[in-house]
Ligand binder design. Structure first.
Ligand code: GUN
Ligand code: ZN
Length: 442
């Protein structure tokens, strides 16, 4: 198959820049060679120019910055239509907007149409991999995977498990949730680029029998992901502790059912204690930090200092529709400010690591995505430092890589994403969606 050669500025990572001074790898004049959907080589143009195949398609975009595709560690696709819904905190927001909205996903055509829009929106923001909550309906997961597979994206998604404390129309049972999840794993896990995640919504909406059934499935499928919410909101914590008396902490409930392990991703992790953080670290479980959601719902401030001290694996996430933006750049913007409020300085370089290679590493996906390393799937984003007049003005004065990335993180959003590629194919081009919509309307 034909090789494509991208000449641009390149950023990838070999290690966490918080721990290794040379963790970030940046080429001012870089070359990325892609063939058969995979990276062949990435590095300095001068070092690699001789490897450009005679029939290669050459794309010169020297003012742009290519980075690995962003990874969003926690997002709800059915909540796309209710993003920015006002409520005084998590529990009223769930009851007033979330549950009624999720009801509609029993209808496969509604689910397909929403999944399609959702994926286009993610790609417009440069996100090429996400851990996605569907609804309780297995049709919602089938619809999502069908749309993701059609775009050849590496996505991780799962049907929500919920057998109590929610409206009757959104309830499964321990047995039906088990059966549906097992069926979806058989149908979708590791089919092409699709992967499955067991998804008990949170302890409040699962009985002990359901958490036990989930644990049986988790043991039977060691490489399947697990995702849920923990310690997000103080009212939620009081409620859960009343439902599961006798546990040391909220996190300990999941631990009791064997749900802490590699590839287990816990949304929020705001109100954990040091024992919880150590337990997350010991088991390789991942905290998905959701800054825009935590600010919007007033849930609290994630503590990067304590997470680091405990060595707790962390990734960044939008948590749409609790989150207020699909953009991982906007997510970095708010993550930086939350870090400041908790006495920590979170550099842009580290935030780009957390949204790319760092996320892939803690999710055991680093053999496939998250870097520009040879052999990895060619999922990458082309960022435009001139995307807006202000961004152009600020990036023109950037005196270092950190300043350039900081400008993208603080001022950027979907406008900064020039193109997005998945498995070597262009899956988003800025302006094309709007142009297509205008053409349809004309
Ligand atoms: N806790 C339980 N369900 C949800 C949800 O959909 N969003 C958020 N942010 N928290 C939750
Ligand atoms: Zn969530």
């Amino acid at each position: 198959m034909t090789q494509t050669a991208y000449r641009a500025r390149l950023l990838t990572f070999r290690d966490d820049p918080a721990h290794a001074a040379d963790g970030a790898v940046f080429e001012e004049d870089g070359l990325l060679l892609v063939e058969d959907g995979r990276v062949v080589a990435a590095g300095a143009y001068t070092a690699l120019a001789a490897r450009i195949a005679p029939d290669a398609v050459i794309k010169s975009m020297r003012d742009k910055l290519i980075v690995p595709g962003f990874i969003d560690a926690h997002i709800h696709y059915p909540q796309t239509d209710m993003i920015a819904s006002p409520a005084p905190g998590l529990l009223p927001w769930l009851n007033t907007y979330t549950f009624p909205t999720e009801r509609a996903f029993a209808d496969p055509s509604h689910a397909r149409e929403t999944a399609s829009f959702f994926l286009d929106e993610l790609l417009a923001c440069g996100t090429t991999t996400a851990l996605v909550y569907c609804t309780v309906h297995k049709e919602s997961a089938d619809a999502f995977f069908t749309e993701s597979e059609a775009r050849n994206l590496r996505m991780v998604a799962g049907k929500v498990l919920m057998d109590r404390n929610c409206p009757e129309f959104l309830r499964d049972t321990a047995q039906s949730g088990y059966d549906d999840s097992a069926e979806l794993i058989a149908r979708w896990h590791n089919r092409g680029r699709q992967q499955y995640v067991l998804t008990p919504r949170f302890a409040a909406t699962s009985t002990e029998a359901q958490l036990e059934a989930c644990s049986v499935l988790a043991r039977a499928h060691e490489d399947v992901f697990i995702q849920t919410h923990v310690a997000e909101n103080t009212d939620e914590i009081k409620w859960v502790e009343g439902l599961f008396p006798g546990h040391r902490s909220y996190l300990d409930i999941y631990d009791h059912y064997g749900l802490l392990r590699r590839r287990a991703v816990y949304g929020h992790c705001i109100h954990l204690d040091d024992t919880d953080r150590r337990r997350m670290a010991e088991t390789g479980s991942v905290a998905a930090h959701c800054p825009t959601s935590n600010l919007f719902l007033g849930s609290g401030l994630f503590d990067f200092e304590k997470a680091g001290a405990a060595n707790m694996p962390v990734a960044l996430a939008t948590d749409v529709g609790g989150g207020t933006s699909f953009s991982m750049l906007q997510t970095m913007n708010e993550a930086h400010k939350i870090a400041r409020l908790t006495g920590h300085n979170l550099s842009a370089t580290r935030m780009f690591w957390l949204a790319t290679t760092g996320a892939a590493k803690v999710l055991d996906l680093d053999d496939t995505v998250g870097t520009l390393a040879p052999g990895s799937e060619a999922d990458f984003v082309v960022l435009d430092p001139q995307a807006t007049p202000l961004l152009a003005r600020r990036t023109a004065r950037a005196g270092s890589l950190e300043e350039l990335l900081f400008a993208f993180a603080l001022l950027g959003d979907d406008r900064a994403v020039f193109e997005t590629y998945a498995a070597g194919e262009r899956v988003h081009q800025r302006g094309a969606r709007r142009a297509a919509a205008l053409e349809l309307a004309a």
